[in-house]
Design a protein around this ligand. Sequence first.
Ligand SMILES: [Mn+2]
Length: 337
Amino acid sequence: MPDPRTPLPDSRVSPRFAGLVTFARYPRLTDLTPAPSAASPLDWLIYGVPFDAGVTYRPGARFAPRAIRDASQYLKRYHVEHAVDICNTLAMADAGDAPVRPYSCRENTQAVAAWAAALPGGPPTNPPTRLLALGGDHSIALANLRATHTRLGAPKPGLPLIHFDAHLDTVDAVWGEQYSHASPFIRAIEEGLIDPTRMVSLGIRGPLNTPADLDFARQHNATIITYEDWRYRNGQQTLAAALAKIADTPAYLTFDIDALDPAYAPATGTPCPGGFTTAEALHALRSLRGLNIAGADVVEVLPDRDPTGTTAFLAAHIAFEILALDAARRTARPPTA
Ligand SMILES: [Mn+2]
């Protein structure tokens, strides 16, 4: 057995409940010796964005990176369905938290994007080290998308987007402000970061303020799969067709925890009943196998509303599923039957 690409403490020697906390006990980027280089790059950097000044309702996601890291101590490395050990397959590290600007969503987006774009493994590393951002509210997706797009060499058209959410997040402005957690994907489309014709939003449901909230995505030929479509109509076939169109193009995956029903993920700022169960959400993620995920985020966890830690624990596992998808893509082994 070769050395694992991501070394972990042995949990039978160093207990999971002891020691300083990094995501899933992966090494800190600053502790790596030798440091990652163009000749020996990392596959993924995980970083936190403790920011929630972009919310339209309840704040608190600024505390999520710490809560998700804490919950992630109990993550294990082997994915049963994909039959892959992600720590043997992927070189990963925790890059710490981005330098946030807590008073301004627009400035925060710029500051986080610039910091993330400059993390090790950018061009000329090809493919670049991929970035997994732990939010924070959903506005931070725009920052990680900007950084990911830059590190990929600013491809045109923009990146395909797989978007799990109760909401489309394509509202032009709220309270006169164009940068918030309601607007990351309208800004990303305008900036050319994502290709709306290869954007798939999964888990969408209402009620909405106005049916016009659906117009922008529809006018740009984005694919909207409501939760009802996914569960009771042809949403899974629609998703498969959209994935076929994306093929191997580097794509971005964004996961708003409110895609799940509040019964399963209660600790979120704009909850919406009638969403995915935990098992359905994990199954939907696993059905993305083959997708070339070039960057991702998990957002909208509110630890103050999470008395049993269910939602942060789930968020940690969603991050694991995302990393496992990339590990599975790199291995030839078939999934278990
Ligand atoms: Mn969202």
